[in-house]
Ligand binder design. Structure first.
Ligand SMILES: Cc1ncc(COP(=O)(O)O)c(C=O)c1O
Length: 470
């Protein structure tokens, strides 16, 4: 790609300086060459790890070897091919438990399609009732927000914890006030993300015990957190945790899990049964008995060919070390933050407005921002994506399925939203919203870093951004 060369102007000198300060980055350079060479071979600047992680070559090799040499059958029998599949699936459950530093004594691993699948299992089974409550933060993925539809249908009260500007942390005073409100006796569920997929803010894991002490069950959405952070379930014990494995190590897609505390799982009442979830069902008897533990929650046949690839992926993360990965994205993120902050038009006006914390202390390496011209008019995030794509840069734009963070960050007000939503149209779209919030952002540009990130990626993005300076 000839045009892409512009992104690496003066790169060697910047690379030398960065590496002088961070010799540890050598390991990640070698890892990139060995395991993720396809990125550089294809001229990719990949900056969407919060959208999806990338897999290492050895993950594929190991999994393909297993498929090539093994014969795996549907695990719902006891024949040899079935037994081998069962062994690998159960092995994987144990690998997940031990990766998160817990055991089958305390937690149950339920395989789902993704983090949304884990959230939906709890959503449809949680005993919401008119005396009960659902508390969630403004900062949440739509799949957490969507639980409110089950809560509403069953009459539970709904509350949101607002975010403080400019850092987009949860407002702790309001959180404490809402958690402490007198209970009317029903079950209470509090859900929040360990790391925001919008702003990258890391919300405190101490909220888990704080909420539980007041009688709340806690769903920790760990989807954006676990790809670059340690979640130690011996230290923090949410009732429910949801993750997607492709976000952690890229392959396979289509598998996530719900980690549920054994005693909390007992509170869930499944609204139906399916193949694989019962100990007995009868047509004539009109009865069924749900199986205990994970079995009662895994509808039909689990993805038994792909589940062993989860064990391989976890092993890959462990071989590098999640703390090492955390430090790596932290170093690159800090450099990028410094660079973006320094980009000013010739009249001194900033090119970029970042949403969320300005340093790495309480955030992960996910950065949401908008670009502005010298006269402070915003450059449409869709234009940024288009221009970035032309140079082989993969980034994300929009509100990243996290409308509450966007509404807070962009300063929407209730009247604007209410007026917009009162329009007599059968289906509102983002275009309708743009008209209502005229002049404000309706989305942002997001770049995020991960295991295979390299200085080259953040440098290229900073160079790309400079093209918009005047
Ligand atoms: C914080 C968070 N939660 C939940 C999800 C949903 O994950 P999935 O689409 O894999 O179900 C995402 C996806 O980006 C996320 O970032």
């Amino acid at each position: 790609m000839v045009e892409q060369a512009i992104l690496l102007t003066d790169y060697e000198e910047a690379y030398r300086c960065f590496h002088e300060a961070h010799a540890e980055e050598q390991t990640f350079g070698a890892l990139r060459d060995k395991e993720y060479a396809r990125l550089d071979a294809g001229g990719h600047i990949y900056l969407d790890y919060t959208g999806g992680g990338l897999y290492a070559q050895t993950q594929l090799d190991e999994h393909f070897a297993l498929l090539k040499n093994g014969v795996l059958g549907n695990p719902h029998s006891i024949n040899p091919s079935s037994s081998e599949a069962t062994r690998l699936v159960e092995q994987c459950r144990n690998d997940i438990l031990s990766y998160f530093n817990t055991s089958s004594k305390d937690y149950v691993v339920i395989f789902t399609q993704n983090a949304s699948g884990a959230l939906k299992l709890v959503a449809e089974s949680y005993p919401f009732c008119p005396e009960g409550r659902y508390l969630l933060s403004f900062d949440n993925h739509n799949s957490v927000l969507g639980i409110r539809e089950y809560a509403r249908t069953k009459g539970a009260r709904l509350d949101y914890v607002p975010l403080d500007l400019p850092d987009l942390n949860l407002n702790e005073a309001e959180l404490d006030r809402l958690l402490a409100q007198e209970s009317r006796g029903g079950f209470k569920l509090f859900a929040y993300p360990a790391q925001s997929n919008f702003s990258g803010v890391k919300h405190s894991l101490d909220y888990i015990a704080r909420a539980q002490a007041q009688g709340w069950d806690v769903f920790l959405d760990a989807a954006a957190f676990v790809p670059t952070n340690r979640l130690d379930l011996s230290k923090y014990q949410p009732d429910f945790v949801g993750v997607s494995f492709y976000k952690m190590f890229g392959y396979p897609t289509g598998i996530g899990c719900l980690l549920a505390r054994r005693d909390s799982l007992k509170k869930l009442k499944r609204p139906w049964f399916a193949g694989g979830t019962i100990t007995l069902a009868s047509v004539m008897g009109q009865r069924h008995w749900l199986a205990e533990g994970s079995e009662g929650f895994e509808d039909g046949t689990v993805n038994y060919l792909m589940i062993p690839a989860v064990s391989i992926g976890l092993k890959h993360l462990q071989s590098i070390g999640i703390e090492t990965i955390s430090a790596h994205v932290g170093r690159l993120g800090a450099w990028l933050l410094g660079e973006l902050e320094s980009l000013k038009h010739s009249n001194g006006h900033p090119l970029i407005r970042l949403y969320g914390p300005a340093d790495m202390a309480k955030r992960g390496a996910t950065f949401a921002m908008n670009f502005y011209q010298a006269d402070d008019t915003q450059i449409d995030h869709r234009v940024i994506e288009l221009e970035a794509s032309k140079l082989g840069i993969s980034l994300r734009t929009g509100c990243f399925c996290n409308p509450g963070s966007g509404e807070s960050a962009f300063g929407f007000d209730q009247v604007e939203i209410d007026t917009c939503f009162a329009q007599p149209k059968p289906r509102l779209t983002i275009e309708d919203l743009r008209v209502c919030i005229d002049g404000k952002s309706s989305g942002a540009v997001r770049v995020s870093l991960g295991i295979a990130s390299h200085f080259k990626d953040v440098y290229a993005f900073a160079q790309f951004a400079k093209q918009f300076l005047s």
